[in-house]
Design a protein around this ligand. Sequence first.
Ligand code: ZN
Length: 472
Amino acid sequence: MRRVAGVLANLMVAAVLGAQAPVVITNASIVDVETGRVREGQSIRVEGTRIREIAPAGRMRVPPGARVVDGTGRFVIPGLWDMHVHATGFGIDRLFQPVLVANGVTGMREMWGQLVAADSMRAAIARGDAVGPRAVVAGHILDGAPAIWPGSLGVKGADAARRAVDSLAKAGAAFIKVYSRLSEDEFRAAGEQAKKNGLHFAGHVPSQVTVDEAVSQGMRTIEHLQQFTTACSSRESELRQQYRDAVASAKGWDSAAVVGRAQLNVQVESFDPARCAALAQRIAKSETWLVPTFTVLRSVAYLDDSTLKQDPRLTYIPKFFSASWDPRQDFRFRAVTAQGWADRKRIHARQLEIGRVMFRAGVKFLAGTDLSNPWIFPGFSLHDELANFVAIGMTPLQALQTATLNPARFYAAVDSMGTVGVNKVADLVVLDANPLADIRNVSRIHAVIANGRLIDAAQRAALLKDAEARAR
Ligand SMILES: [Zn+2]
C-alpha cells in the first residue's frame, strides 16, 4: 500500500512543473459523491494541481489571468478512474490516453504496462506535450509457463515466481498483475513475495486456484469475475478436477482450453444461488475488491454479433486494431463454435446475476473496462460500465462511486482524491446534466480538469478530432 501511495504522490508532484493559469468554475452544482447531496451555486478555484477554494458563487474572487468555466446549470464530479486498462506502450498511448481524458477519465490503473513507456508518457504529460490520465502501472504480467501473452513473465515453480516478483518490484511496478496459468504454489509464492516487497497483487484468479483461496491469500482485486461461474457451481470440485487433469495431461494447456470451453454449459446449468451468496459473504468481509469489467464480458460473449461493426465510436480505433477484434483473428476465440457462442451468452447472463449477488452482499466494486480488448472504447466504455452497475442494482450514486470514491479508498488516498474538496487534486469533470438523475449523464461532458489542466469545450472537441485523425 505504501508503495502505491508513493506512486500517487510522485504523480501529483510531477505536474507542478508546468505552471498553469488558475482555473475557476463559477456557479456550478457540486455532486458530493460520498453522500449524494448536490450543493448548488458553488464556485471552485484551482491553482497548480490542487483545488484551493470552494465558495458560494457570489463570494469567490476570480484571480487575474484565470480561465473561467461557466458552471451555471452544470454539475461537477470528481475525475473518473478506469481501474482496468491496457493503454500504455504499443504505440497506443498517444491515441487512447487523450480520449480517456476527453471522456472524463483522469486516472487509470494500467494492468500490463511497459514501465519505460509509462515513464516517458508521464514525462510528456508533465511537460505539457501530451494529454493523459494519472496512471498506476503494473509491470509485465506474471503468468505460469508457457505464458498466455507474449511479453509476460512465464514462470515455472515457486522460486521462479518469487524471483520474477522481485524483478518486477525492482523495475518499479506499482503492483503485481497475476495471471491464469500460475499454479497454486506459484500463485501463493508470488503473493507472499509481493507483500514482502510492499506491493499488492491483483488480476486473474488462476484457473487452478479457487476464488476462496485467492481471497484468503489477500489478492486485492479480482478482474472479470474470473473463476466465479465455477465457484458458484454446485459441481465446482468436479469441474476443477477435470480441468487440473487436462492441464496435467500430455496436451496440457491445449487440452485444458478444450475442457474449459466444454465446461461453460455445465457452469450455466449448475449455478447455485445459495453457494454464490455464501461466497459473496466471505468476499464482503475480506480486503478483496471486484473489477468485473462487465463491458468486456459482454463483448467477448457477443463477438459473433455483426451489428457491433456499426458502432460510431470505431472512429477512434485504428483499422488494423479493430481488425484484430474479429474472433477469427484472435487465438482465444478462433475455435469457438456456434454452440460455443450461445454458451458464452448464457455465461454472460450468469455473470450479471453473480454481480448482483456480490453487490447485494456488500462486496466492494471498482469500475474498469479492459480497454484495448474487443469493442472497448477509451472512456466511452467506462460510462457504459457505470450503466452496467446500475443494471445490476446500484443506484447512480453507488455506480459513480466505483469510479471516484472507491478508487480513492482502494488506494488509501481519500485525503487527496475521490471527492470534490479543498486541497484535493484538481481532477474534475463538468457535466451538462445531473449524473445522479441518470448515470448516462456522465457522457454529457462540458469540460475536464486533469491534474489542474483545464480542457475546455473547444479543446475537448479538438482532442477528439485529433484522435479521429490519428486513428485514420
Ligand atoms: Zn486486461
